[in-house]
Write a protein that binds this ligand. Structure first.
Ligand code: BTN
Length: 254
């Protein structure tokens, strides 16, 4: 991982490689607090011992088989209320990365899980700090299943499994990922937020398809109709349309 040389302007030009660490998001946040938060830095590890996921979950990944990294960005051009624009940009970048590696059936399960067909192949955990009326630093934590081929969760998969097996070169893939992340981020920075949102809506898991969900009132059949400006999921239920925050709705699988 020390030899990563992405063809980018700034993403991945500064690399902090740790063979083992507790959480790359925590290390990235420590760097920022110590005044070492260089824009585009990636903190990457082969083995994360206390990986964190969304909703307070843990993130498990077998040693040296996957991409486990955090990207430090300084998106001061975004207001705190625009955080989900960054999330959509990162998701579309990772989607392009998976597509470039020959996988069919890639989608983004709102808010930012990477799915291949009906299984999870990766997750994103974005943690931002705010300064005045803009974002200061964002730590983009990315866990992508690449060469792992057995999972305790039956609803998990990896790029290699979906491509029919065979080991994929992690270093080269990280270089490529840096490129797709930078392209998506610069597109957002250059004002293309509407195109990014359009793409995100196109690639959303289950978008426009009647499927089963669960909310505080119980299970229901609904259709995803979009995302509101705050990034909430808009679902048309049997009676009405409603917007949900991450903890307020669950996708059900038959
Ligand atoms: C999720 O789907 O719940 C998000 C998972 C995010 C995991 C990544 S792995 C690298 C970074 N460091 C962490 O502790 N978490 C993120």
């Amino acid at each position: 991982m020390n030899k990563i040389q992405p063809k980018t302007l700034f993403v991945g030009k500064n690399i902090v490689y740790l063979p083992t660490c507790h959480s790359t998001n925590d290390i990235a946040s420590e760097k920022i607090q110590n005044g070492e938060g260089i824009d585009g830095t990636i903190v990457i590890t082969d083995h994360q011992t206390s990986g964190r996921g969304q909703r307070g979950n843990t993130w498990e990944a077998l040693k040296a088989q996957n991409i486990t990294m955090s990207l430090i960005l300084k998106p001061s051009f975004l207001r705190p209320s625009e955080q989900f624009d960054l999330s959509m940009a990162v998701s579309t970048g990772i989607y392009q990365f998976f597509k470039a590696n020959g996988t069919e059936g890639v989608s983004i399960k709102w808010p930012n899980d990477i799915y291949i067909n009906d299984k999870k192949a990766g997750g994103i955990l974005i943690e931002s700090t705010i300064s005045g009326n803009s974002l200061n630093y964002s730590v983009i934590g990315i866990g992508l299943n690449i060469n792992q081929n057995s999972f305790s969760n039956p609803r998990a998969t990896s790029l290699s499994v979906e491509n029919g097996g065979g080991e994929m070169p992690l270093d080269r893939l990280v270089e490529q990922l840096c490129f797709y992340l930078e392209t998506a981020y610069l597109s957002l920075k250059n004002g293309h937020k509407d195109e990014i949102k359009k793409k995100y809506l196109e690639i959303m898991f289950r978008a426009g398809r009647l499927s089963r969900f669960k909310d505080e009132s119980g299970t229901f059949l609904g259709t995803i109709r979009g995302i509101d400006p705050a990034g909430k999921l808009i679902v048309e239920g049997e009676i009405a349309e409603k917007s949900y925050d991450i903890k307020e709705i669950e996708y059900l699988f038959d």
